[in-house]
Design a protein around this ligand. Structure first.
Ligand code: HEC
Ligand code: HEC
Ligand code: HEC
Ligand code: HEC
Length: 138
């Protein structure tokens, strides 16, 4: 099952440029492995590669970089956070901003950076509101 959508010429060109590192680093991803109450989330993966290290998100892939990606297996978040074996591991079907692993990682960073931008008097556009990530059904 492939969850990633590669669209358009731009994506195709950029994906080609990434082939030197690894064929499977997605340009964009639709995160839908846990979708139930809320709409799937469109995630601009490539834009995030300049923002932080791979391991900020892929926290179980020690040593993952653009250079090592080709020789490493990168598991999806849902493969571990969908039905975790122990109660300590955050569940990706959780609604809470404090308990859902995506909310902790994604919303956590967006909120921190938004606060920093505000303190510095600059604009910051990453989504922190529910509907910005989970669009309302038409
Ligand atoms: C930065 C993006 C982002 C924001 C903001 C965000 N979420 Fe999520 N949320 C996600 C992602 C990614 C998932 C995992 C989706 C999946 O796998 O289907 C998720 C999963 C969920 C789930 C479990 C899956 C489901 O469909 O039932 C619920 C419920 C949810 N979010 C509710 C909320 C609520 C309520 C808010 C606002 C308080 C919110 N989210 C804000 C990204 C976000
Ligand atoms: C901001 C968070 C974040 C960063 C930073 C990030 N990724 Fe990802 N990556 C994701 C998410 C979310 C997915 C979608 C897969 C999923 O739902 O678990 C993904 C998917 C992938 C996949 C496909 C996995 C599969 O099984 O299909 C690869 C390969 C990958 N990332 C490599 C990288 C590499 C290499 C870097 C650093 C250069 C990186 N990622 C940086 C969040 C991130
Ligand atoms: C190989 C399994 C595995 C994968 C893949 C994985 N996780 Fe985790 N995650 C865990 C386990 C187990 C824990 C419990 C704490 C620990 O062992 O680090 C955890 C904990 C977390 C936490 C809580 C950390 C804290 O300090 O409270 C967050 C947030 C998180 N994961 C997000 C993600 C995201 C986002 C992805 C995908 C980009 C992901 N995880 C991929 C297994 C995984
Ligand atoms: C380490 C910090 C960090 C993490 C972790 C992170 N983001 Fe972001 N995100 C950013 C920054 C920085 C931007 C760009 C903001 C801007 O354009 O001003 C951004 C932008 C976005 C955008 C808007 C893109 C656009 O075109 O406007 C979406 C959607 C998004 N992130 C979703 C996610 C999701 C989903 C996750 C978790 C899988 C995630 N982010 C994790 C820092 C982060």
């Amino acid at each position: 099952m492939r969850k990633f959508v590669l669209t358009g010429l731009v994506a195709a060109t950029a994906a080609f440029a990434l082939v030197a590192y690894a064929q499977d680093i997605p340009e964009t991803a639709v995160i839908d492995g846990c979708a139930d109450a809320k709409a799937p989330v469109e995630f601009p993966h490539k834009a995030h590669l300049e923002v932080t290290d791979c391991t900020t998100c892929h926290h179980k892939s020690e040593g993952l970089t653009l250079e090592t990606a080709a020789s490493m297996e990168v598991k999806t978040c849902v493969s571990c956070h969908g039905e975790p074996e122990d109660a300590e591991t955050p569940l990706c079907s959780a609604k809470s901003l404090k308990k859902n692993p995506y909310h902790i990682t994604c919303v956590g960073c967006h909120k921190t950076m938004k606060k920093e931008a505000k303190a510095a008097g600059t604009e910051f556009g990453a989504p922190t509101k529910c509907t910005a990530c989970h669009p309302k059904a038409e």
